[in-house]
Ligand binder design. Structure first.
Ligand code: NAP
Length: 337
């Protein structure tokens, strides 16, 4: 039997690269959909670029999606591309809605015309729950997005469910409602990675090449790391564990929604404390708060109940919070040496 073919949008991102590695290990043929850039850089997919087929395109352009699908004819489509920063989405509302919301619909609609039997994974998010009163949150918790990113994701999620139930031409679109998942490949505009990179720069006494934060300043300035709300509560898992669920969802006999989460909640302050402790430092000596990093509308506390994924698919996260922090700090100690 021929190898299965998977088409992954957002392959240069954190999840796209880990998912590609997983699918390559299962013998899949992979195509990645990437935005063209002058440096011809494939981000997190650079390491595997020779093992995958690249299609240049943009979720803004239904034409570019159609051309890739017509040529590659995938069995599975993983729609991971998005402008994925909740805080950043307040500064680019239209861009976020066009890529993260309408862009997903472009993928669903083009797939329906060109590869109607392809199974689709849609990257939904726990951010859609907003500031929920129900704790923990599961697949039945009402959505109440508190930022433009979450609103765009909710639109895409609802369009996926509608397409799934279309009596004339139902599509297999499964939605993973994933809680925060992190790794050394997480973007530097996300708080966990900002912390692990800052710990590494401070410990290694790095003077040059300190990475920049989302407002264009070095993440460590005058020996200090600036963060937003230290009391914000999140459910953080390890991205490598979570991409396994994406694949499992597309092997299941029906398209459904599944929450992926650890069920364990920590504050941003606790993440920082744990990360500085990995290198024997006291976080309170280095962390300051800065209102630039506090969103105008707050989300959370987010805490997921992934019992449905465990019961039906046999999935559960393997990596514990403390191990995740260690993995990220050790990777950044080597990267920012
Ligand atoms: P990520 O690292 O930010 O990757 C996003 C990807 O989308 C990048 O490859 C980016 O390409 C691509 N992209 C952005 N705009 C595009 C456009 N207009 N056309 C085509 N591609 C575009 O995100 P991630 O952490 O891997 O997350 C994967 C997906 O899961 C995202 O949809 C995210 O919103 C969702 N999600 C993530 C989490 C989490 O905690 N990580 C939780 C729930 C849901 P460039 O390299 O060109 O920027």
């Amino acid at each position: 039997m021929a190898n299965k073919k998977a088409f992954i949008t957002g392959i240069s991102g954190q999840d796209g690269s880990y998912l590609s590695e997983l699918l390559l290990s299962k013998g899949y043929e992979i195509a990645g959909f990437v935005r063209r850039n002058a440096a011809l850089d494939f981000g997190n997919a650079n390491e595997i670029k020779d093992e995958i087929k690249i299609y240049y395109g943009d979720l803004h352009s239904p034409e570019s999606i159609a051309l890739a699908l017509l040529d590659f004819k995938p069995d599975e489509i993983y729609n991971l591309a998005s402008l994925s920063s909740p805080l950043g989405s307040f500064k680019d509302k239209f861009g976020t809605i066009m890529v993260t919301g309408i862009g997903a619909l472009n993928v669903f609609e083009r797939a329906k015309q060109i590869v109607p039997d392809a199974r689709i994974y849609q990257a939904s998010t726990s951010e859609m729950f907003g500031a929920p009163t129900q704790v923990p949150q599961n697949e039945d918790t009402p959505f109440a997005p508190a930022n433009p990113y979450a609103a765009a994701k909710e639109f895409a999620h609802r369009m996926a469910v509608i397409a799934r139930h279309d009596k004339n031409q139902p599509q297999f679109i499964a939605c993973g409602i994933l809680f925060n998942h992190e790794s050394p490949r997480r973007g530097l505009n996300f708080v966990t990675r900002k912390i692990s990179a800052a710990v590494a720069c401070i410990k290694n006494e790095k003077k040059f090449g300190v990475p920049l934060n989302e407002i264009g300043k070095p993440i460590v300035e005058n020996g200090k790391l600036k963060l937003g709300d230290l009391e914000a509560k999140r459910d953080w898992g390890y991205a490598v564990d979570y991409v396994g669920l994406m694949w499992m969802m597309l092997q299941h006999d029906i398209a459904d929604d599944f929450v992926a989460a650890t069920g364990e909640v920590h504050t941003v302050g606790e993440f920082a404390k744990e990360a500085f402790a990995v290198v024997g430092l006291n976080w309170e000596d280095f962390v300051e708060t800065d209102s630039h990093f506090i969103p105008p509308v707050q989300t959370g506390p987010l805490c997921g109940d992934a019992s449905k994924a465990k019961k039906i698919l046999g999935w559960e996260p393997r990596t514990k919070f403390k191990d995740l922090v260690k993995i990220m700090v050790h990777a950044d100690l080597a990267k920012f040496s």
